[in-house]
Design a protein around this ligand. Structure first.
Ligand code: BDR
Ligand code: CA
Length: 312
């Protein structure tokens, strides 16, 4: 089986950490690079976290580059310390990272990897604000045709979280999201419609707690804190573990089912900036390049994570 080549652009972040571990522990994935963007925490903090997660997951040969510290136009990124803590991964233990961050900007690393690999073989998996992806598309427009697919966690057809109709990753940098969604590469939006089905239930947490590997022990800490914070901050009994859903979609698209639908990002509205306007009325134009994930096979999704945790 040919492995699926991916680049993860992330802001770890508890659920970003789960996504990286799933990619690292999946035999179906070839992780070519990790890039970071300010989001759940500052660029310095999320980059440090990415390096430490990579160390835990034996990803020493994977380049990691730091990217945007703020959105394209808006003044500052809205960090999510209420959910992810002051460090971005409060309450977890990770090895200190020994290896260095790649000297290139994240957007440049994305461009370099996509231009180096054969056409239509690299999937971008952005699971933070879309600033780096928009910059990469502007630095080298050729990547738009070369990329196989963009499978992103963000947005939602029916609901928002940071605002009534806007999800955190899109709302943080709506102009960047607008650029990314208007480019004609195939996009799968793995948004809240899907990720609200990926709840870390007590049964899931028990299964992970029974696994005796460093990754599973870390995951147990991650899910415990994530659960507490989601309960306190948003009133959820069980937290939605968003970001690994995008990786799961790349591994097996029957686990994360999507339908074709035109999607545009609203970036001007007083109340709707960051909304992913998704046309589910049924008539899909032949040249539609976007789709929205709507249905998760929960059991097979969590099994992917459990099996990855066993391997790491
Ligand atoms: C998204 O926002 C971040 O806080 C999470 O890591 C995820 O990428 C969910 O809205
Ligand atoms: Ca994230």
């Amino acid at each position: 089986m040919d492995k699926k080549k991916i680049i993860i652009d992330c802001d770890p972040g508890y659920d970003d950490a789960v996504a990286i571990l799933l990619a690292a522990g999946s035999p179906a994935i070839d992780l070519l690079a990790i890039t970071t963007v300010a989001g759940n925490q500052t660029i310095e903090k999320v980059t440090k976290n990415a390096l430490r997660i990579a160390k835990l997951a034996h990803l020493e040969n994977v380049p990691i580059a730091a990217g945007a510290s703020r959105p394209l136009l808006r003044q500052a990124v809205t960090v999510a310390a209420n959910i992810h803590g002051e460090s971005g991964l409060d309450g977890t233990t990770l090895p200190e990272a020994e290896y260095k961050v790649d000297p290139r900007h994240a957007a440049q690393l994305i461009v370099d990897v996509v231009m180096r690999e054969p056409e239509k073989t690299v999937t971008l998996v952005p699971i933070g604000p879309l600033t780096n992806i928009a910059l990469a598309a502007r630095i080298e427009p050729k990547i738009v045709d070369r990329v196989k697919e963009v499978v992103l966690m963000g947005g939602g057809a029916h609901i928002g979280n940071i605002k009534p109709m806007a999800e955190f990753n899109i709302e943080n940098d709506p102009e960047a999201a607008h650029i990314v969604f208007e480019e004609k590469w195939p996009i799968v939006m793995v948004g809240l419609d899907l990720t609200y089905q990926a709840l870390a239930t007590a049964a899931v947490k028990e299964k992970i707690a029974e696994i005796d590997t460093p990754a599973a022990r870390f995951l147990t800490q991650v899910l415990a804190r994530f659960s507490e914070n989601y309960k306190r901050s948003k009133g959820f009994d069980e937290p939605p573990v968003h970001d690994p859903c995008a990786v799961a979609r790349v591994i097996d698209e029957t686990i994360v089912k999507a339908v074709s639908a035109p999607i545009h990002v609203e970036y001007r509205g007083d109340y709707t900036a960051g909304m992913t306007v998704t046309d589910l009325r049924g008539k899909v134009p032949a040249d539609c390049h976007t789709s929205v994930a709507l249905e998760l096979d929960r059991e097979r999704f969590w099994n992917l994570i459990i099996e990855a945790a066993k391997r790491l």
